[in-house]
Design a protein around this ligand. Structure first.
Ligand code: 5GP
Length: 202
């Protein structure tokens, strides 16, 4: 099982992870996207089994107790987690799979699969991030504040990641991520570089 095919894509809420992953998969359809389990309610346009497996808190707890989760975390009041069996299924087939998960999840995945690549997507600026989170809609004031607070905390974790890429432009960023994923698959940890100093703090 080649752990280097396991890619964790993290970054603060609103930094564009889902859009970038969608573009990566258009550029290279052999890259798979893992579908996480969550207890949060679907946003407009989200579909069960496509964006997430939307489950009740009770079902999620059962999944934890049965040992099904590779990792899980509570984020802004909801559970999110990754199925161990699904990930192992991808790796056994030799498929490159991307997990869009938070920094706690990333750290947990790396402790189980040290060969996995942790890729951090950085917003071009804090102001830009605030705008993107604000524009998401369908969120109460409390959740919005929680997401902003977590986002600012998450950025501090970027230094622990194998590679940091700034999302200034979707196309450029997706190409850069795909190049990093391919380089990691070929060369392993030696090819990593961390460039956290690119964030403008305006
Ligand atoms: P959202 O509610 O915006 O879809 O996701 C909130 C946060 O949870 C994001 O940072 C997202 O990447 C993260 N997340 C999504 N799925 C998982 C998962 O399976 N495990 C963990 N630890 N975080 C996840």
């Amino acid at each position: 099982m080649d752990e280097r095919k396991l890619i964790v894509l993290s970054g603060p809420s609103g930094c564009g992870k889902d859009t970038i992953l969608r573009r990566i998969r258009e550029l290279d359809p052999s890259v798979a996207a893992n579908i996480s389990y969550t207890t949060r309610t679907p946003r407009p346009g989200e579909t069960d089994g496509i964006n997430y497996h939307f489950v009740s808190r009770e079902e999620f707890r059962k999944n934890i107790d049965s040992g099904m989760m590779l990792e899980y975390n509570e984020y802004a009041g909801n559970y999110y987690g990754t199925s161990k069996k699904t990930i192992n299924g991808f790796l056994e087939k030799g498929t490159t799979v991307v997990l869009t998960i938070d920094v706690n999840g990333g750290r947990n995945v790396k402790s189980v699969y040290p060969g996995a690549m942790l890729l951090f997507l950085m917003p071009p600026s804090i102001r830009d991030l605030r705008e993107r989170i604000n524009n998401r809609g369908k969120m109460d004031e409390e959740e919005l504040k929680a997401r902003l607070r977590i986002a600012e905390e998450e950025i501090l974790y970027a230094r622990q990641y194998d590679k940091v890429i700034v999302n200034r432009d979707i196309e450029e960023c997706a190409q850069e991520c795909l190049a990093a994923i391919r380089a990691w698959g070929k060369a392993g940890p030696e090819s990593s570089s961390n460039t956290t100093d690119k964030l403008e703090d305006t």
